[in-house]
Design a protein around this ligand. Structure first.
Ligand SMILES: C[S@@+](CC[C@H](N)C(=O)[O-])C[C@H]1O[C@@H](n2cnc3c(N)ncnc32)[C@H](O)[C@@H]1O
Length: 259
């Protein structure tokens, strides 16, 4: 398997961006612009299945979420829906923090926390340079965020750094499904219908053509598993959900890890 750094794709590269800095700036600006319509479009374009996926991640980590002494990070939290699914799973459990580098997303996440009356803290932070101490989280999870990082290797090493020894990482991401018929149907929806609908409703067509193009360039599940192992994670596994249109990768930081 070719290492991430030799594949020539160290992270996302939206159309027209040449390097890591330009890619990150583009991603930040794009999510800032679609933030007002982000929730509506998420639920509409996925026919609400996105809520099921986040709940399923929460159920998979019920034990850590129920531990009132645990600290959990929703990385690239956007408007906070994974963090809220975590809170619902364990209302009096772990301390839950969401982080994202787009203020327009965080404003909405904080407003939702107030409206829901739940304790979740939201912090502005770049996933490639987290403002958290080494070994300070029991679980770091990201839903549809990791793919947008401009440097996957650095993203993985930051997750590993902030995890406590024995802590868990979870990456929920879109994937291209296996199987000829389903994948053809999916590609048609993802490349033709979704960008048009998304563009019309958000007023930002490029953001919704970025989505299928970033998914097609993202490492396929087996490759991402190898990338996690190379980054130093142990017990790396993945599951395909909903016919393979999303995958959940889970991994751990070794108990004897040095951080
Ligand atoms: C597709 S949204 C996912 C939001 C949320 N996790 C969800 O489940 O709906 C991707 C998010 O990743 C954030 N993001 C991308 N790159 C980031 C980075 N380097 N640091 C922090 N957040 C980042 C974007 O601002 C955006 O809010």
């Amino acid at each position: 398997m070719t290492p991430v750094s030799q594949r020539g794709l160290p992270g996302t590269r939206p159309e027209g961006t040449r390097d890591e800095a330009e890619a990150a700036a583009h991603v930040r600006e794009m999510f800032g612009r679609i933030a007002p319509r982000y929730d509506l479009l998420n639920h509409l374009l996925s026919l609400d299945i996105d809520k099921v996926w986040r709940r399923r991640v929460a159920r998979a980590f019920r034990a850590v979420l129920s531990d009132a002494n645990a600290r959990v990070l929703d990385l690239c939290c956007g408007t906070g829906d994974l963090a809220f699914a975590f809170r619902r799973e364990a209302p009096n459990g772990a301390q839950i923090i969401g982080s994202d580098f787009v203020p327009e997303m965080l404003v909405r996440a904080r407003a939702k926390a107030v409206a829901l009356g739940v304790a979740v803290e939201f912090i502005e932070a770049d996933a490639l340079q987290l403002p958290f101490a080494d070994a300070s989280f029991d679980l770091v999870a990201s839903a549809f965020g990791f793919r947008n990082l401009a440097n996957y290797e650095r993203g993985l090493s930051e997750i590993l750094r902030v995890l406590k020894p024995g802590g868990a990482a979870a990456i929920l991401e879109f994937a291209e499904p296996p199987g000829i018929v389903f994948s053809a149907l999916y590609r048609f929806y993802f490349r033709n219908i979704l960008p048009r609908l998304g563009g019309m409703i958000s007023g930002n067509a490029s953001a919704y053509s970025y989505l299928p193009s970033s998914v097609s360039k993202f490492p396929p599940p087996q490759e991402l598993k190898s990338d996690l192992e190379r980054a130093g994670f142990v017990e790396v596994r993945f599951e395909r959900w909903t016919g393979g249109i999303v995958t959940l990768h889970t991994a751990h930081k070794a108990r004897s890890a040095g951080f």
